[in-house]
Design a protein around this ligand. Structure first.
Ligand code: FAD
Ligand code: MEZ
Length: 570
């Protein structure tokens, strides 16, 4: 047999997977088909528990939601390991093929799309949300709380977008966790840091709304079951304000899971494998719904009073990235495979104005060996960065644009992140990198240098000088403003890092109510809202670490509430 369906076909008829013996699926989530897999093979938890402990298990992952078996195990085509979108584990997958994803423009197949539109709406709702990342899920929760009927459409088989990958934290000022830790912060300082980091081209009103609502957003998440009690420092922040779960665990998977659970609990109709390819309007320009391409059910129209675009950015689409910033051509990306810019395309078709698309951020510490971004929190908690000569060359917690540029100037266009066991113990996220086998370990600094094949005496000198700066409270070399700890607790660790495309700052123009502005009139398009990485203006020319999760939670909530109100008042 070539594919899984051949094998199952030999065992019985189509109804071993499908509802009828003639095949055909019930919905794009493949609810029945996935339940059939589980009924014979067990669920993810059971499969993960049975896997050898010393190996990365394909069934144990950091992804969120209920991961459907068919996300990887395909019936009628070669199976693919979704993990390979970022990593390269080389799992021996039955009936497996190579991970490949070609970008298909949203307007491909126009004749079939026009035919589906002409056939009219298949169903009706109050609010449609495009995207199941943090912005979309936050919008779903707040729209449901405001009484709207919501359909949330996600093109990927796995929910959570980039949000589920977020690691370092969520920025917020004047919060309860900060107060508990004795951290004095002000919303105005968050505004000033964000404007400065964004080179002052941010929309000041959007920034004010971000900072002024950030503490409420922490309370909102906490009230739904989130743990945001650990607070650390991110690049460009003058105060510790990046919130994450206890012990420094990754923030994104946690926040996305809490929002997912709450959206599900509130009865949101969530459809995976469902790509929105067009936003529909009437002759007066009012939004009337969306055209969806169901991976298995084909094109159909959902009529809706309001649409929220929460479709994320486009950092994983290198052709598009390079179009706006040719310097980034061929760069790897930290993003999930769905970050291709579809949201922007459907928004443009609907007449939305855009801004700042040329501003694209590279994250300075991506591990090429692991296919994974190494969180800024490692530096925030005290790690240093050295080059192949064993020397520091920058303030490690400067903004990302500056850090990435400095790394690219070093020999080999990469560098090493160096930390000690006390930093490892301060941040649970590091265990994930150790698990991926990408972290070198040395009993002493000299031993570590040998493993990295860099001059041992030079690295020892660098660490000694740095420890002296920590003791004196002043980095005489690069003016690093925050010096949390000396690097003295063995064992010592290092991993190679290089910049990778991380965040697209530009996008759809919105106002503080998350209304999308029209390119033609400059006024809001009736019924169209947007939130999160698909928008521009909040982060200006350069986003500060920790500000995106803050953005998506705050503007996701606002967009959901605004869309529900519009639908109700209509
Ligand atoms: P996403 O979470 O990307 O969700 C958008 C969803 O829309 C996706 O699931 C996508 O598949 C779907 N979609 C797109 N087009 C369509 C369509 N046409 N139809 C249906 N669905 C569609 N920020 C921080 O503040 N702190 C951090 O610690 C942090 N760490 C990060 C670590 C990594 C590795 C990455 C990649 C990013 C990190 N960020 C962090 C940035 C932050 O995670 C993102 O900017 C943010 O989560 C984006 O949220 P979103 O909801 O706007 O988009
Ligand atoms: O905001 C981010 O992108 C972030 C904090 C990433 C990280 O390094 O953890």
């Amino acid at each position: 047999p070539e594919v899984l369906a051949d094998f199952h076909g030999e065992m019985g008829s189509c109804d071993s997977c499908h509802v009828s013996d003639k095949g055909g699926v019930t919905n794009d989530n493949l609810t029945h088909e996935n339940a059939q897999c589980v009924s014979c093979h067990g669920d993810l938890k059971e499969l993960a528990a049975a896997a050898p402990k010393d190996k990365v298990s394909p069934h144990k992952s950091h992804l969120i939601g209920e991961i459907a078996c068919t996300s990887c195990h395909k019936g009628h085509e070669k199976s693919v390991t979704y993990c390979d979108a970022c990593h390269s584990f080389g799992f021996d997958m039955p009936y497996g093929g190579k991970w490949e994803r070609k970008f298909v423009p949203v307007d491909a197949d126009k004749a079939a799309q026009d035919k589906a539109i002409a056939a009219g709406a298949k169903e009706t709702t109050d609010v449609v949300i495009i995207g199941s990342g943090g912005a979309g899920l936050a919008a779903a929760v707040s729209a449901r709380d405001a009484g709207a009927k919501v359909i949330l459409l996600e093109k990927e088989p796995i929910p959570g977008g980039n949000t589920k990958l977020a690691a370092g934290g969520m920025n917020a000022a004047e919060t309860k966790p900060q107060a508990k830790l004795g951290i004095a912060d002000k919303k105005q300082i968050m505004i000033d840091d964000t404007m400065k980091g964004g080179r002052n081209i941010n929309d000041p009103e959007l920034v004010k709304t971000l900072a002024n609502n950030s503490s409420d957003s922490i309370d909102w998440l906490t009230s739904m079951g989130a743990d945001m009690t650990d607070v650390g420092r991110m690049g460009g922040a003058s105060v510790n304000r990046s919130h994450r779960p206890t012990g420094g665990a990754g923030v994104g998977a946690h926040v996305a899971q809490v929002l997912w659970d709450n959206a599900v609990k509130r009865g949101t109709d969530i459809r995976l494998n469902s790509r929105v390819v067009r936003i529909l309007e009437d002759a007066s320009g009012k939004i009337t719904g969306v055209l969806v391409k169901g991976e298995y059910t084909g094109y159909y129209v959902v009529k809706a009073d309001a649409v929220v675009i929460a479709a994320g950015g486009f950092a994983k689409n290198n052709d598009r990235v390079a179009k706006y910033d040719p310097k980034l051509k061929g760069f790897k990306a930290t993003n999930h495979p769905g970050a291709t810019g579809d949201g922007l395309d459907v928004a443009l078709q609907a007449g939305a104005a855009t801004r700042d698309l040329e501003f694209i951020q590279a994250h300075p510490t991506y591990s090429p060996a692991g296919g994974v971004m190494i969180t800024e929190a490692v530096r925030g908690n005290g790690a240093i960065v050295v080059n192949r000569e064993g020397n520091r060359f920058m303030n490690e917690i400067t903004t990302r644009d500056k850090a990435s540029a400095a790394i690219l100037q070093q020999k080999g266009e990469s560098a090493y992140l160096v930390f000690d066991d006390s930093i490892r113990k301060s941040l649970k996220a590091i265990e994930g990198y150790v698990h991926l086998n990408i972290v070198k370990e040395g009993k002493t600094i000299e031993d570590l240098a040998k493993q990295l094949d860099i001059p041992a005496a030079e690295l020892a000198k660098t660490v000694k000088a740095y420890n002296g700066f920590v003791k004196s409270g002043k980095d005489a070399q690069f003016e690093r403003p925050d010096l949390p700890r000396e690097l003295v607790v063995a064992p010592f660790y290092a991993l190679e890092i290089a910049p990778a495309v991380h965040h697209t700052m530009g996008g759809v123009v919105i106002d503080t109510k998350a209304e999308v502005k029209s390119e033609k009139t400059g006024k809001p398009i009736d019924g169209l809202y947007a939130a999160g990485e698909v928008t521009g203006g909040v982060h200006g020319a350069n986003r500060l670490g920790g500000n995106a999760i803050s953005d998506i939670v705050t503007y996701g909530r606002i967009a959901g509430a605004s869309a529900a109100k519009y639908a109700k008042d209509k």
